[in-house]
Design a protein. Structure first.
Length: 83
């Protein structure tokens, strides 16, 4: 999962940002909301992802870069500002 994201980022020449704290995620949301180019791609990963599954990684891509939000490290509160 991560290696293919890294390959795509390198091909697109976008910086990759690893987000693992609530503070980092809050700053990311503010950055994305204030962007002049609001287009955003979202991908979510996790075991049995769905109603009874668990989110472990959220990937966001914009013209500014690729942002990998580590929910396993940051805990479930890390994505509160995204929702």
């Amino acid at each position: 999962m991560l290696p293919s994201a890294l390959r795509r980022a390198a091909a697109a020449r976008r910086p990759i940002h690893w987000i693992s704290t609530v503070d980092q995620c809050n700053r990311l949301v503010e950055r994305l909301l204030s962007s002049e180019r609001p287009a955003l791609a979202v991908d979510c990963e996790g075991p049995r992802l769905g109603r009874f599954g668990r989110l472990s990684l959220m990937q966001l891509a914009s013209d500014d870069g690729i942002f990998l939000i580590d929910v396993e490290t940051g805990g479930p509160n890390i994505v509160q500002s995204v929702s």
